[in-house]
Design a protein around this ligand. Sequence first.
Ligand SMILES: [Mg+2]
Length: 242
Amino acid sequence: MHAPRGQTDHPQTAGTGPKHKPPLVLFDLDNTLVDRTAGLRQWTEEFTRERGLGTAAVEWIVETDDNGLKPRDHFFAEIRDRFAIGDSAEDLHHAYQQRYPLFLRCPQNVLDQIAQLRESGWRVGVVTNGLTLTQGAVLEHTGLARHLDGWCISEEAGVRKPDPGIFALAAERCGSDLTSGWVCGDSPEADVVGAQLAGLNTIWIRHGRTWSDALPAPDRTADNISEALQALRQIGSPVSPR
Ligand SMILES: [Mg+2]
């Protein structure tokens, strides 16, 4: 899958001239724009029900998933071994890729706020670590793909957060650059520290957590994605006429 190139339908940035690229915000996907924790649990509940594995299996699988950090081949090999499932880990993963994206949602008010940001001149993209097929299906199913100027998925990009290279590539795909750009995400290391390495401003979605003093602080902190989007609207479009 190829992320779309930057679009040119931003009337407020049409006259900014060659010196300035449109302002940019790059969002993390999992547990930033979509509630991956809830989606993974719903997939797990369906999987364990269909396989007759019992409710205790739900907690075990959710824990083994490790917030998506466990490589999928390991994840499905462990599930297969634990529950003595006859299917191969590859077949289990293939079935997951068909079903899991359907459990992910992006709230309509978040899609609306992204549309408003773009109408006011921002370029909006997604940078996510993960597999191209899975994350691409999530972007399509949630409706996010239609609301973005571009995106980078680490597998197809060949580079992962926190490597600043993935933010630079996403900016290019969105028709912008890293000047005065923002990154918004829930991971202190992958999103905030990675974005800082790329010279970007940062909004950390805290989800009730406290920032570790061992890491350089984000520019802003928000309790959730709606609060982050509100902050971006207040920041405005630094290089585009209002
Ligand atoms: Mg995340």
